[in-house]
Design a protein around this ligand. Structure first.
Ligand code: ZN
Ligand code: ZN
Length: 305
């Protein structure tokens, strides 16, 4: 199986504290990179963690609060200085196009490359992007302004080799990639050997869900069923659940409840309020209802599936 992992660039909420950066992640699916949210300082984090900016062609913005989008004008400006030619696709709630083009209009006499905006208005599982590698769907988040989560589903679905049968037939290794790609084999001028005979049931599609920022929202659960890795914001501990609800955020306990009820395989946390320096209590609170939790921190890579 190819690589499918998320690199955390920012795990803090809106106010800077304790060296945490605002929201940003790099998702690598079979060596295609996706930037998810782009808070201030995202470019510095990309440099720090050795991510080549030029490899990013798709940016997914959850909502237009500054801690999720204020890094994007700077990144676009850098691309221009670096003489980027490839188009950049930007997905996000309606208004993302106005916001970015307005900011750039004051400083830029034009870009060397094209910005292609894909404003989202349907937050309930609409397909917002699809190619041969991945399908990305919107997720309904309940925040103070229109906000979309994203569900990434891997599409590359190599067949699993039936090694026992392949060895019985003596098929050399140079044919194996073709078999994984689903092709029949013509071997030693013999008859065509069908792909079905040489493969087992396919590997399951791996999935990653990004849910930030949101109140506790049970409407999400059907979209997250059996997700391999669920990133769900945990701005507060449950002692502040009223404040969380007022501010459009979730507590650690609520995130873990969503993970448990959607039968997620693993929960990844983040978007911690600046009032918390230490995160041990987030882990304990999550584990009281959902065991398989990773407390996200800047620089951490987490494998999906
Ligand atoms: Zn936020
Ligand atoms: Zn927000």
């Amino acid at each position: 199986m190819g690589v499918f992992e998320v690199l955390l660039l920012g795990c803090g909420a809106a106010l800077p504290a304790f060296n945490r950066f605002p929201s940003a992640q790099i998702l690598n699916i079979n060596e295609e990179l996706f930037l998810i949210d782009c808070g201030e300082g995202t470019q510095f984090q990309l440099s720090k963690f050795n991510v080549r900016r030029s490899r990013i062609h798709h940016v997914f913005i959850s909502h237009l609060h500054g801690d999720h989008v204020f890094g994007l004008p700077g990144l676009i400006t850098s691309y221009n200085l670096m003489d980027r030619k490839d188009p950049l696709h930007i997905y996000g709630p309606s208004g993302i196009d106005d916001l970015i083009t307005h900011i750039l209009s004051f400083s830029s006499s034009g870009l060397n490359f094209e910005l292609i905006f894909h404003p989202i208005s349907d937050y309930k599982g609409a397909t917002v992007m699809e190619n041969i590698n991945v399908k990305v769907q919107s997720l309904p988040l309940d925040h103070k302004i229109p906000t979309s989560g994203y569900l990434f589903t891997e599409k590359v679905n190599r067949k699993k080799l039936n090694l026992k049968r392949i060895q019985e037939l003596g098929i050399p290794k140079e044919y194996w990639k073709k078999i994984e790609d689903g092709e029949d084999i013509l071997f030693k001028n013999a008859e065509r050997i069908s792909n079905e005979e040489l493969t087992l049931d396919s590997n399951p599609h791996r999935t990653y869900a990004y849910c930030s920022d949101t109140r506790f929202n049970t409407e999400l659960i059907p979209y997250l069923t059996n997700v391999d890795l669920l990133y769900h914001e945990t701005t507060y501990l449950d002692a502040l659940k009223l404040k969380a609800s007022e501010n459009g955020h979730s507590t650690a306990l609520q995130a873990a409840t969503i993970a448990s009820r959607s039968k997620a395989k693993m929960l990844l946390t983040g978007h911690y309020s600046s009032r918390y320096e230490f995160l041990d209590a987030f882990e304990n609170e999550c584990k009281s209802v959902f065991e398989n939790v990773v407390i996200g921190r800047e620089g951490m890579s987490v494998k999906v599936g």
